[in-house]
Design a protein around this ligand. Structure first.
Ligand SMILES: Nc1ncnc2c1ncn2[C@@H]1O[C@H](COP(=O)(O)OP(=O)(O)O)[C@@H](O)[C@H]1O
Ligand SMILES: [Mg+2]
Length: 472
């Protein structure tokens, strides 16, 4: 239950708007329930067989027709407002959760990101986060609307004809059971589709990102075969879902028509016996159709909510994650370091039981240039990555100008360090912005100074592509 409470917290700023929306939907439901009545009056008061037609029909029939249009129009407007309002609120909460998630993921240490694929984190930000909107739009507001509609319809039906109500409702448990069974299968099959689709995506991504290797080894056909096999599985999963969908439509509509037929049979007997007017029978059949719709929507809601809860859980899992590399409460901001670096018996391993560095002592003076030399995988990059606190040592400590780096805020510590990474990476923006990535406030001269001589020459030559052009 606490997951829902947590989701609701994102909607607290919209409490007033939500209450307003729910109030409007109440009016909408009332209008919806009114819809069959003008026709009932026409049938019962003007179209009755036997006594001559009332003389004022010329006034009343157009008025009743107009009433129907007015009811529908008002209902339409209210429906328009509530739908738009609820979706807008849902999207705003989604925006907040996405921003929270993304900024938290940005702040989490590399240790967190090392342990999972970046596509998993992206998936949480882009897709899992949507469940917060589903829970609000398909869940709370929908459950509210459907329940009130159900109760309202049921009460009016009971008042019209008790026996008829019971007869037509006898089929309801069967319908709910069928919907539930199918919904269960649909959910299972939808999950399987999602997995297959994500596998197709992963297959394509992997094959295309390693295209150099694929070409070098002439493995294009193999890659295509692998992809096709995966895509075929996705096709089969989609076909299975479609089958379940059409089957469920067939079964449920048959059950519904059985209920309707039973209601027509008993209803006709009641009309013939004079205990029910023809108009009331018409109202009744309209309500019976109205009753099935919220029933269906409630049953589907239960499983939509299950899926959404799983998604919301995956989002909160990230937000609950403690950062492994936190600023100490006593951390201070530094403005300019001299650059004396000291490693004091530093040991570190990515996994607890496999040390990469063991008891490293190292002293580097300001302005001293040091080269670390060693075979691949001996821990050179690891040693360096401890200085900007990408990771914290398992034991031992590192000091900058004699101060433990855990007592310097990460932001100001990293501002003192320039890093040229081993793997080249360009953001999809201009060359200029890529150069100025670490210092967005760098001046034009500084940026030009950083670029190579060759690059400078090409910038200054006319008719060359501008360096502010995007890299792709
Ligand atoms: N992010 C990581 N997660 C787990 N193990 C890692 C990670 N990065 C490096 N390693 C392991 O740590 C060891 C040292 O790696 P590294 O510091 O990159 O070596 P070098 O830079 O000297 O080639 C290697 O065994 C490597 O497999
Ligand atoms: Mg390295």
């Amino acid at each position: 239950m606490s997951i829902y409470r947590r989701v609701l917290r994102y909607y607290r700023p919209f409490l007033g708007q939500t209450i307003f929306g729910l109030f409007l939907s109440l009016i909408g439901i009332g209008l919806n329930l009114l819809k069959p009545w003008p026709f009932k009056v026409i049938v019962d008061d003007f179209l009755r067989a036997g006594p001559p037609i009332r003389s004022d029909w010329r006034i009343w029939i157009p008025l009743l027709c107009l009433a129907l249009v007015t009811i529908q129009l008002l209902w339409g407007i209210i429906n328009w407002i509530t739908n738009y309002l609820f979706v807008k609120i849902g999207l705003q909460a989604l925006l907040k959760l996405r921003t929270d998630l993304y900024s938290y993921l940005q702040s989490l240490s590399l240790k967190y990101h090392d342990a999972r694929r970046s596509s998993d984190s992206s998936f949480r930000v882009a897709y899992d986060s949507q469940s917060i909107q589903t829970i609000y739009n398909k869940g709370f507001t929908n459950i509210f609307g459907s329940t009130i509609t159900l109760i309202g319809t049921f009460v009016i039906m009971l008042r019209l004809d008790r026996q008829l109500t019971l007869v037509s409702l006898a089929i309801v448990p069967l319908i709910v059971g069928a919907i539930y069974l199918f919904a269960h299968r649909i959910r299972r099959e939808s999950t399987s589709i999602q997995e297959q689709e994500s596998a197709v995506l992963a297959q394509a991504q992997e094959g295309l990102s390693s295209i150099r290797m694929v070409h070098a080894f002439g493995r294009e056909e193999f890659e295509v075969r692998q992809f096709q096999q995966q895509a075929r599985q996705s096709l089969q999963a989609n076909l299975r879902l479609t089958l379940t969908n059409v089957n469920s439509a067939l079964v449920i509509s048959t059950l519904m028509v059985i209920g309707t037929a039973a209601m027509y049979y008993i209803g006709t007997l009641h009309v013939l016996a004079g205990t029910l007017t023809l108009g009331s029978l018409l109202v009744f059949s309209a309500y019976l159709l109205m009753l099935y719709q919220p029933l269906e929507s409630l049953t589907y809601t239960t499983w939509a909510m299950e899926g959404a809860t799983a998604g919301a859980n995956r989002c909160f899992e990230v937000l609950d994650r403690q950062d492994d590399v936190v600023d100490s409460p006593r951390a201070i901001a530094i403005s300019s370091a001299k650059g004396a670096i000291g490693f004091n018996s530093v040991s570190f391993g990515y996994a607890a039981d496999r040390y990469v560095l063991r008891d490293v002592d190292l002293r580097i003076e300001p302005n001293q240039i040091v080269g670390l030399v060693g075979g691949t995988g001996t821990g050179k990059s690891t040693l360096l990555s401890l200085v900007p606190r990408f990771y914290d040592p398992t034991t031992g400590s590192i000091a900058l100008d004699g101060r433990d780096i855990r007592e310097i805020t990460k932001r100001t510590l990293r501002a003192q360090i320039a890093i040229v990474l081993q793997d080249t990476l360009l953001f999809s923006t201009t060359v200029r912005e890529n150069i100025a990535y670490g210092r967005p406030d760098a001046t034009e001269e500084e940026i030009i100074c950083c670029s190579t001589n060759q690059r400078q020459r090409s910038i200054r030559q006319p008719n060359r592509p501008s360096w502010t052009q995007s890299k792709n």
